[in-house]
Design a protein around this ligand. Structure first.
Ligand code: FES
Length: 366
Protein backbone atom coordinates (compact mmCIF):
# COMPACT_ATOMS: atom_id res chain seq x y z
CA UNK A 1 0.00 0.00 0.00
CA UNK A 2 1.69 3.30 -1.07
CA UNK A 3 2.16 5.91 1.64
CA UNK A 4 1.09 8.70 -0.73
CA UNK A 5 -1.81 8.69 -3.19
CA UNK A 6 -0.81 9.02 -6.86
CA UNK A 7 -2.85 12.22 -7.11
CA UNK A 8 -0.56 13.83 -4.49
CA UNK A 9 2.63 13.27 -6.51
CA UNK A 10 2.02 16.23 -8.80
CA UNK A 11 1.36 18.48 -5.81
CA UNK A 12 4.53 17.40 -4.04
CA UNK A 13 6.73 17.57 -7.15
CA UNK A 14 8.14 21.07 -6.35
CA UNK A 15 9.50 19.60 -3.09
CA UNK A 16 11.98 17.60 -5.16
CA UNK A 17 13.89 20.67 -6.36
CA UNK A 18 16.59 20.44 -3.62
CA UNK A 19 16.99 16.69 -4.26
CA UNK A 20 17.49 17.37 -7.97
CA UNK A 21 20.13 19.96 -7.08
CA UNK A 22 21.99 17.35 -5.03
CA UNK A 23 21.91 14.93 -7.97
CA UNK A 24 23.12 17.61 -10.39
CA UNK A 25 26.00 18.37 -8.04
CA UNK A 26 26.96 14.67 -7.83
CA UNK A 27 26.15 14.59 -4.10
CA UNK A 28 23.48 11.97 -4.60
CA UNK A 29 22.80 9.27 -7.17
CA UNK A 30 19.48 9.55 -8.97
CA UNK A 31 18.86 5.82 -8.54
CA UNK A 32 19.22 6.18 -4.74
CA UNK A 33 16.85 9.13 -4.64
CA UNK A 34 14.35 7.20 -6.76
CA UNK A 35 14.64 4.19 -4.45
CA UNK A 36 13.60 6.36 -1.47
CA UNK A 37 10.81 8.11 -3.38
CA UNK A 38 9.60 4.73 -4.60
CA UNK A 39 8.95 3.64 -1.00
CA UNK A 40 6.37 6.44 -0.74
CA UNK A 41 4.81 5.62 -4.10
CA UNK A 42 6.09 3.43 -6.93
CA UNK A 43 5.21 6.18 -9.41
CA UNK A 44 7.33 8.85 -7.74
CA UNK A 45 10.77 9.53 -9.22
CA UNK A 46 13.09 12.43 -9.93
CA UNK A 47 12.88 12.22 -13.70
CA UNK A 48 11.30 8.96 -14.77
CA UNK A 49 7.78 9.27 -16.10
CA UNK A 50 5.20 6.91 -14.62
CA UNK A 51 1.53 7.00 -15.50
CA UNK A 52 -1.52 5.49 -13.86
CA UNK A 53 -4.12 3.66 -15.95
CA UNK A 54 -7.33 5.66 -15.59
CA UNK A 55 -9.56 3.81 -18.06
CA UNK A 56 -9.62 0.98 -20.60
CA UNK A 57 -12.02 0.94 -23.55
CA UNK A 58 -12.30 -1.57 -26.38
CA UNK A 59 -12.42 0.39 -29.64
CA UNK A 60 -12.35 -2.61 -32.03
CA UNK A 61 -12.41 -6.39 -31.69
CA UNK A 62 -8.64 -6.39 -31.34
CA UNK A 63 -7.81 -2.88 -30.14
CA UNK A 64 -7.98 -1.29 -26.70
CA UNK A 65 -7.72 2.37 -25.83
CA UNK A 66 -5.84 3.19 -22.61
CA UNK A 67 -6.26 6.46 -20.78
CA UNK A 68 -3.19 7.28 -18.68
CA UNK A 69 -2.46 10.06 -16.20
CA UNK A 70 1.30 10.78 -16.12
CA UNK A 71 3.22 12.06 -13.11
CA UNK A 72 4.68 15.56 -13.05
CA UNK A 73 7.82 14.48 -14.94
CA UNK A 74 5.90 14.21 -18.24
CA UNK A 75 7.27 16.85 -20.60
CA UNK A 76 4.53 16.75 -23.24
CA UNK A 77 4.08 15.54 -26.80
CA UNK A 78 2.40 16.67 -29.99
CA UNK A 79 -0.62 15.08 -31.62
CA UNK A 80 0.54 12.39 -34.06
CA UNK A 81 3.59 11.39 -31.99
CA UNK A 82 4.22 8.02 -30.36
CA UNK A 83 5.52 7.18 -26.91
CA UNK A 84 7.41 4.19 -25.52
CA UNK A 85 5.48 2.21 -22.89
CA UNK A 86 7.54 -0.11 -20.67
CA UNK A 87 6.52 -3.27 -18.90
CA UNK A 88 8.54 -6.07 -17.30
CA UNK A 89 7.80 -9.63 -18.43
CA UNK A 90 9.64 -12.69 -17.10
CA UNK A 91 12.42 -10.49 -15.77
CA UNK A 92 12.93 -8.74 -19.12
CA UNK A 93 12.08 -5.10 -19.51
CA UNK A 94 10.12 -4.75 -22.75
CA UNK A 95 8.67 -1.74 -24.41
CA UNK A 96 6.69 -0.83 -27.45
CA UNK A 97 5.89 2.46 -29.06
CA UNK A 98 2.21 3.45 -29.22
CA UNK A 99 0.66 6.46 -30.87
CA UNK A 100 -1.24 9.07 -28.94
CA UNK A 101 -4.87 9.11 -29.99
CA UNK A 102 -5.65 12.10 -27.79
CA UNK A 103 -3.89 14.55 -25.49
CA UNK A 104 -6.70 15.55 -23.18
CA UNK A 105 -7.12 18.95 -21.58
CA UNK A 106 -7.01 17.38 -18.09
CA UNK A 107 -3.47 16.10 -18.73
CA UNK A 108 -4.47 12.52 -19.54
CA UNK A 109 -2.96 10.74 -22.53
CA UNK A 110 -4.81 8.20 -24.64
CA UNK A 111 -3.15 5.42 -26.61
CA UNK A 112 -4.60 2.60 -28.67
CA UNK A 113 -3.00 -0.84 -28.47
CA UNK A 114 -3.69 -3.43 -31.15
CA UNK A 115 -3.38 -7.09 -30.24
CA UNK A 116 -0.36 -8.79 -31.80
CA UNK A 117 -1.10 -12.50 -31.28
CA UNK A 118 1.94 -14.18 -29.72
CA UNK A 119 3.51 -10.83 -28.84
CA UNK A 120 5.11 -10.12 -25.46
CA UNK A 121 3.62 -6.70 -24.73
CA UNK A 122 0.22 -6.17 -26.38
CA UNK A 123 -1.49 -9.33 -24.94
CA UNK A 124 -0.45 -8.17 -21.46
CA UNK A 125 -1.68 -4.62 -22.01
CA UNK A 126 -4.98 -5.80 -23.48
CA UNK A 127 -5.83 -8.62 -21.13
CA UNK A 128 -3.98 -8.15 -17.82
CA UNK A 129 -3.33 -4.47 -17.28
CA UNK A 130 -5.92 -3.03 -14.86
CA UNK A 131 -7.25 0.41 -14.05
CA UNK A 132 -5.00 1.78 -11.28
CA UNK A 133 -1.85 -0.03 -12.54
CA UNK A 134 1.29 1.97 -13.30
CA UNK A 135 3.28 1.98 -16.53
CA UNK A 136 6.53 3.73 -17.29
CA UNK A 137 6.64 6.04 -20.31
CA UNK A 138 9.79 6.69 -22.32
CA UNK A 139 10.93 8.37 -25.51
CA UNK A 140 8.46 10.54 -27.42
CA UNK A 141 9.02 10.49 -31.16
CA UNK A 142 7.33 10.99 -34.52
CA UNK A 143 7.33 13.68 -37.18
CA UNK A 144 3.80 13.50 -38.59
CA UNK A 145 2.14 16.89 -38.47
CA UNK A 146 -1.02 18.46 -39.79
CA UNK A 147 -0.51 20.42 -43.04
CA UNK A 148 -0.38 24.15 -42.62
CA UNK A 149 -2.73 25.29 -45.39
CA UNK A 150 -6.38 24.71 -46.31
CA UNK A 151 -5.98 22.62 -49.48
CA UNK A 152 -7.68 19.70 -47.79
CA UNK A 153 -6.26 16.49 -46.34
CA UNK A 154 -6.51 12.84 -47.27
CA UNK A 155 -5.74 10.49 -44.36
CA UNK A 156 -4.91 6.90 -45.36
CA UNK A 157 -4.58 4.33 -42.58
CA UNK A 158 -4.09 0.58 -42.60
CA UNK A 159 -4.79 -1.39 -39.40
CA UNK A 160 -3.38 0.34 -36.33
CA UNK A 161 -1.94 3.02 -38.61
CA UNK A 162 -5.19 4.76 -37.80
CA UNK A 163 -3.99 5.77 -34.34
CA UNK A 164 -1.55 8.65 -35.04
CA UNK A 165 -3.87 9.96 -37.75
CA UNK A 166 -6.78 9.97 -35.32
CA UNK A 167 -4.71 11.97 -32.82
CA UNK A 168 -3.86 14.51 -35.52
CA UNK A 169 -7.42 14.62 -36.83
CA UNK A 170 -8.96 15.27 -33.40
CA UNK A 171 -6.44 18.00 -32.71
CA UNK A 172 -6.87 19.71 -36.11
CA UNK A 173 -10.66 19.70 -36.01
CA UNK A 174 -10.70 21.00 -32.44
CA UNK A 175 -8.40 23.85 -33.59
CA UNK A 176 -10.91 24.76 -36.32
CA UNK A 177 -9.47 23.19 -39.50
CA UNK A 178 -12.26 23.84 -42.00
CA UNK A 179 -11.09 22.41 -45.36
CA UNK A 180 -12.29 18.97 -46.54
CA UNK A 181 -10.76 15.99 -44.76
CA UNK A 182 -11.27 12.37 -45.86
CA UNK A 183 -10.20 9.46 -43.72
CA UNK A 184 -9.91 6.10 -45.45
CA UNK A 185 -9.18 3.16 -43.14
CA UNK A 186 -8.10 -0.25 -44.51
CA UNK A 187 -8.80 -3.34 -42.41
CA UNK A 188 -9.11 -7.05 -43.05
CA UNK A 189 -12.38 -7.63 -41.20
CA UNK A 190 -15.19 -5.25 -40.35
CA UNK A 191 -14.69 -5.88 -36.61
CA UNK A 192 -11.21 -4.36 -36.95
CA UNK A 193 -12.60 -0.96 -37.88
CA UNK A 194 -11.45 0.94 -34.80
CA UNK A 195 -13.00 4.01 -33.16
CA UNK A 196 -16.09 3.79 -35.40
CA UNK A 197 -18.40 5.49 -32.90
CA UNK A 198 -15.89 8.20 -32.08
CA UNK A 199 -15.22 8.87 -35.77
CA UNK A 200 -18.88 8.97 -36.68
CA UNK A 201 -19.48 11.41 -33.82
CA UNK A 202 -16.68 13.60 -35.19
CA UNK A 203 -18.19 13.45 -38.70
CA UNK A 204 -21.55 14.58 -37.30
CA UNK A 205 -19.88 17.44 -35.44
CA UNK A 206 -17.59 18.52 -38.31
CA UNK A 207 -19.32 18.34 -41.73
CA UNK A 208 -15.97 18.79 -43.53
CA UNK A 209 -14.95 15.27 -42.36
CA UNK A 210 -15.77 12.30 -44.58
CA UNK A 211 -15.15 8.70 -43.48
CA UNK A 212 -14.68 5.57 -45.56
CA UNK A 213 -13.58 2.03 -44.82
CA UNK A 214 -12.03 -0.59 -47.09
CA UNK A 215 -12.34 -4.27 -46.22
CA UNK A 216 -9.97 -6.87 -47.67
CA UNK A 217 -10.81 -10.14 -45.89
CA UNK A 218 -14.60 -10.33 -46.20
CA UNK A 219 -17.43 -8.87 -48.22
CA UNK A 220 -17.68 -5.12 -47.66
CA UNK A 221 -20.99 -3.58 -46.66
CA UNK A 222 -22.71 -0.95 -48.77
CA UNK A 223 -20.61 2.18 -49.09
CA UNK A 224 -17.37 0.38 -48.14
CA UNK A 225 -14.50 -0.22 -50.52
CA UNK A 226 -13.21 -3.67 -51.35
CA UNK A 227 -9.65 -4.88 -51.00
CA UNK A 228 -6.29 -3.33 -50.33
CA UNK A 229 -5.16 0.16 -51.25
CA UNK A 230 -5.10 0.92 -54.97
CA UNK A 231 -5.19 4.03 -57.09
CA UNK A 232 -8.88 3.90 -57.97
CA UNK A 233 -9.75 4.28 -54.25
CA UNK A 234 -8.25 7.77 -54.19
CA UNK A 235 -9.30 9.16 -57.54
CA UNK A 236 -10.63 12.68 -57.11
CA UNK A 237 -8.28 13.56 -54.27
CA UNK A 238 -5.53 15.18 -56.36
CA UNK A 239 -4.38 18.41 -54.80
CA UNK A 240 -4.93 17.26 -51.21
CA UNK A 241 -2.20 16.84 -48.66
CA UNK A 242 -1.77 13.16 -47.87
CA UNK A 243 -0.83 11.49 -44.60
CA UNK A 244 -0.49 7.70 -44.64
CA UNK A 245 0.33 5.27 -41.85
CA UNK A 246 0.42 1.48 -41.82
CA UNK A 247 2.68 -1.45 -42.67
CA UNK A 248 5.65 -0.86 -44.97
CA UNK A 249 3.99 -2.34 -48.08
CA UNK A 250 0.95 -0.13 -47.61
CA UNK A 251 2.87 3.13 -47.30
CA UNK A 252 5.05 2.20 -50.27
CA UNK A 253 1.89 1.65 -52.39
CA UNK A 254 0.56 5.03 -51.28
CA UNK A 255 3.88 6.64 -52.13
CA UNK A 256 3.82 5.04 -55.57
CA UNK A 257 0.27 6.19 -56.36
CA UNK A 258 0.17 9.64 -54.73
CA UNK A 259 3.80 10.66 -54.32
CA UNK A 260 3.80 12.84 -57.43
CA UNK A 261 0.30 14.28 -57.36
CA UNK A 262 -0.12 15.52 -53.78
CA UNK A 263 1.25 18.86 -52.57
CA UNK A 264 2.74 17.03 -49.59
CA UNK A 265 2.98 13.39 -48.62
CA UNK A 266 3.87 12.27 -45.10
CA UNK A 267 4.16 8.57 -44.36
CA UNK A 268 4.88 6.55 -41.25
CA UNK A 269 5.40 2.82 -41.29
CA UNK A 270 5.42 0.57 -38.26
CA UNK A 271 6.77 -2.60 -39.89
CA UNK A 272 10.30 -3.63 -39.00
CA UNK A 273 12.44 -2.45 -41.90
CA UNK A 274 13.67 -4.97 -44.46
CA UNK A 275 16.52 -4.29 -46.84
CA UNK A 276 16.13 -5.90 -50.24
CA UNK A 277 18.80 -5.47 -52.87
CA UNK A 278 17.68 -8.57 -54.74
CA UNK A 279 20.68 -10.60 -53.52
CA UNK A 280 19.96 -13.95 -51.83
CA UNK A 281 20.65 -14.25 -48.08
CA UNK A 282 24.23 -15.22 -47.21
CA UNK A 283 25.12 -17.48 -44.29
CA UNK A 284 27.34 -15.74 -41.72
CA UNK A 285 28.83 -16.69 -38.39
CA UNK A 286 27.48 -14.73 -35.39
CA UNK A 287 29.35 -14.55 -32.09
CA UNK A 288 27.53 -13.11 -29.08
CA UNK A 289 30.50 -12.50 -26.81
CA UNK A 290 28.91 -12.04 -23.37
CA UNK A 291 26.67 -15.03 -23.84
CA UNK A 292 29.68 -17.00 -25.17
CA UNK A 293 27.46 -18.22 -27.96
CA UNK A 294 28.35 -18.78 -31.59
CA UNK A 295 25.77 -19.60 -34.22
CA UNK A 296 25.10 -19.40 -37.93
CA UNK A 297 22.94 -16.53 -39.10
CA UNK A 298 22.04 -14.87 -42.36
CA UNK A 299 22.59 -11.51 -43.98
CA UNK A 300 18.90 -10.60 -44.36
CA UNK A 301 17.30 -10.63 -40.91
CA UNK A 302 17.96 -8.19 -38.10
CA UNK A 303 20.45 -9.10 -35.41
CA UNK A 304 17.66 -8.76 -32.84
CA UNK A 305 15.60 -11.46 -34.56
CA UNK A 306 18.65 -13.68 -34.96
CA UNK A 307 19.74 -13.25 -31.34
CA UNK A 308 16.22 -14.16 -30.19
CA UNK A 309 16.18 -17.16 -32.51
CA UNK A 310 19.43 -18.27 -30.85
CA UNK A 311 17.72 -18.19 -27.44
CA UNK A 312 19.00 -14.81 -26.19
CA UNK A 313 16.71 -12.13 -24.78
CA UNK A 314 18.28 -8.79 -25.67
CA UNK A 315 16.67 -5.67 -24.19
CA UNK A 316 14.56 -3.99 -26.82
CA UNK A 317 11.63 -1.69 -27.30
CA UNK A 318 10.21 -0.42 -30.57
CA UNK A 319 11.92 -2.90 -32.94
CA UNK A 320 12.03 -0.08 -35.51
CA UNK A 321 15.29 1.70 -34.71
CA UNK A 322 13.62 4.48 -32.74
CA UNK A 323 14.04 3.94 -28.99
CA UNK A 324 17.73 2.88 -28.87
CA UNK A 325 17.03 0.32 -26.15
CA UNK A 326 18.58 -2.50 -28.21
CA UNK A 327 21.87 -0.62 -28.79
CA UNK A 328 24.92 -2.83 -28.50
CA UNK A 329 28.61 -2.59 -29.42
CA UNK A 330 30.04 -4.04 -32.62
CA UNK A 331 33.25 -5.94 -31.88
CA UNK A 332 34.15 -7.06 -35.38
CA UNK A 333 32.54 -7.60 -38.78
CA UNK A 334 30.20 -5.54 -40.90
CA UNK A 335 26.50 -4.72 -40.50
CA UNK A 336 23.98 -3.07 -42.78
CA UNK A 337 21.45 -0.54 -41.50
CA UNK A 338 18.17 -2.02 -42.77
CA UNK A 339 16.57 1.43 -43.07
CA UNK A 340 19.20 3.17 -45.16
CA UNK A 341 21.33 0.35 -46.54
CA UNK A 342 24.43 1.99 -45.03
CA UNK A 343 27.29 -0.29 -44.00
CA UNK A 344 29.15 -0.06 -40.67
CA UNK A 345 32.29 -1.96 -39.78
CA UNK A 346 34.14 0.15 -37.22
CA UNK A 347 34.95 -1.91 -34.11
CA UNK A 348 33.48 -0.30 -30.99
CA UNK A 349 30.65 1.28 -32.93
CA UNK A 350 27.21 1.27 -31.26
CA UNK A 351 24.61 -0.49 -33.43
CA UNK A 352 20.86 -0.96 -33.03
CA UNK A 353 20.19 -4.66 -33.20
CA UNK A 354 16.64 -4.31 -34.50
CA UNK A 355 17.68 -2.45 -37.65
CA UNK A 356 21.10 -4.01 -38.30
CA UNK A 357 21.73 -7.14 -40.35
CA UNK A 358 25.11 -8.86 -40.49
CA UNK A 359 26.94 -8.62 -43.81
CA UNK A 360 29.95 -10.72 -42.78
CA UNK A 361 31.02 -12.98 -39.93
CA UNK A 362 30.34 -10.87 -36.88
CA UNK A 363 31.02 -10.48 -33.17
CA UNK A 364 28.94 -8.23 -30.96
CA UNK A 365 29.05 -7.39 -27.26
CA UNK A 366 25.86 -9.19 -26.26
S1 FES B 1 14.29 -1.84 -30.19
FE1 FES B 1 14.04 0.31 -30.34
S2 FES B 1 15.84 0.90 -31.46
FE2 FES B 1 15.90 -1.26 -31.45
Amino acid sequence: MPLLPFSALRLFSPLLAPVRALVRGDWLREADADAVLGTLHRGWALNRVFARVEARDWVADDMLELRLLPNANWRGARAGQHVQLYIERDGVRCSRSYSLTRIAADGCLEFAVKLQPGGRVSPYLLHRLCVGDLLELGVVDGDLHWPGDERGVLLLAAGSGLTPLLGLLRDALARGYGAPVTLLHYVRERGQRAFVEALEALARQYPNLQLRWAISGEAPAEGELRGRFRGEHVQGFAGRHVLACGPGGFVESVRGVLGESSPSLQVESFSPPAWNDGEPAQAVSLRFSRAALETTGDSRRSLLEQAEAAGLRPAHGCRQGVCASCTCTLISGCVRDLRSGELFSEPGQPIRLCVSAPQSDLAIDL
